[in-house]
Design a protein around this ligand. Structure first.
Ligand SMILES: Cc1cc2nc3c(=O)[nH]c(=O)nc-3n(C[C@H](O)[C@H](O)[C@H](O)COP(=O)(O)OP(=O)(O)OC[C@H]3O[C@@H](n4cnc5c(N)ncnc54)[C@H](O)[C@@H]3O)c2cc1C
Length: 293
């Protein structure tokens, strides 16, 4: 603890992860640490290494199912310099902690388009890069020019787009410490961009259970099919374990009706996988990341 406090980072002991995940599920992070600068980040990682503490990088917590027992070691959140954005012509450099919907709107205000389909993804740039977050219209990897990662030796390394592999909801950045990214956008008419942003947001409101606590799609779409369709055809819409429920609005969402436990959600995920495998012979792979489960 003393080592961590010396770094100048904000440190909280036993911080409930339910307050930092969009599903509002998860027990305490042993050490919840917020850093503002690369210098602090380096110092915290060094302190963690000295004490042999594992480090978990938390974005917006919008793709996480955290165990009820919580997370051992350090849960690290990037703030300060990591939530800054700068513009140079049609290039945008954003910290890994920047909230993606805010970035889309900031770019729209500057007449920079090309990332409107990402406006409804409630995650950070860092989380989006690890997941190659996206929609049918656009994945973040498509607009990335460079990414700056912190190497184990404490230096920032600049990776070009062609040094990174972006796949469906995965990227080769997994396991790296993502600090900043530069996106290549286009100059466009501001009103057109804002209209397009509105359309993408309205489409989501129609189809997704936004008013409930959730983590977006629980499963990846299997090749040539849709997880939601398979789950619905298996008669699982509305199925409930504890306070976790397969959303009646969108079958690939599990919602927390209030006070759901991570184990309820996990059991429901396993029930869906088993039922879909029996009825359709398809193994559904999770998109949500399980932490400590
Ligand atoms: C209502 C709703 C709608 C959604 N819609 C979509 C959608 O349309 N498309 C889509 O792809 N996803 C969607 N999601 C899922 C989620 O928003 C994305 O996966 C998002 O990119 C996760 O970002 P995050 O910052 O919340 O990451 P987290 O969930 O906090 O973390 C995800 C992973 O990234 C790692 N990570 C985060 N930051 C860093 C960093 N700086 N360095 C290293 N590792 C890091 C974490 O350790 C973890 O492994 C949706 C979620 C919700 C709740």
């Amino acid at each position: 603890m003393e080592e961590l406090l010396k770094t100048g980072a904000r440190v909280l002991a036993n911080e409930p992860m339910a307050s930092h995940t969009t599903l509002c599920v998860g027990g305490p992070a042993e050490w919840y640490v917020e850093v503002d600068t690369v210098v602090q980040l380096r110092a915290v990682l060094l302190a963690a290494r000295k004490k042999s503490l594992p480090v978990f990088f938390l974005g917006w917590g919008s793709n996480l199912l955290v165990a009820d027992k919580g997370i051992r070691g350090i849960t690290l959140r990037l703030k300060g310099d990591f939530i800054s954005v700068s513009f140079e012509d049609s290039l945008v450099r954003a910290g890994a902690g920047v909230f993606l919907p805010t970035l889309v709107k900031q770019c729209a205000d500057k007449g920079l388009g090309g990332i409107e389909p990402l406006v409804g993804i409630p995650g950070t740039i860092g989380g989006a890069l690890i997941m190659n977050a996206g929609t049918r219209d656009l994945e973040i990897g498509q607009v990335i020019k460079t990414v700056e990662v912190l190497n184990p030796d404490g230096n920032l390394e600049l990776l070009n787009h062609d040094q990174i592999r972006f796949e469906y909801r995965a990227s080769s950045l997994a396991g790296r410490v993502v600090c900043f990214a530069t996106l290549q956008l286009r100059h466009q008419n501001k009103d057109d961009i804002i209209r397009s942003v509105q359309v993408f947001l309205e489409k989501r409101l129609e189809t997704q259970p936004i008013s409930n606590m959730n983590v977006g799609s629980i499963f990846k779409n299997p090749p040539g099919n849709f997880a939601a369709r398979l789950i619905e055809q298996s008669g699982l819409k509305g199925r409930q374990i504890g306070q976790a429920q397969v959303s009646p609005k969108h079958a690939n969402f599990i919602v927390n009706l209030g006070g759901a436990k991570a184990n309820d959600v996990k059991s429901l995920i396993e029930l869906v996988q088993k039922t879909v495998a029996e009825k359709h012979g398809v193994k559904l792979e999770t998109e949500v990341k399980m932490v400590g489960l």
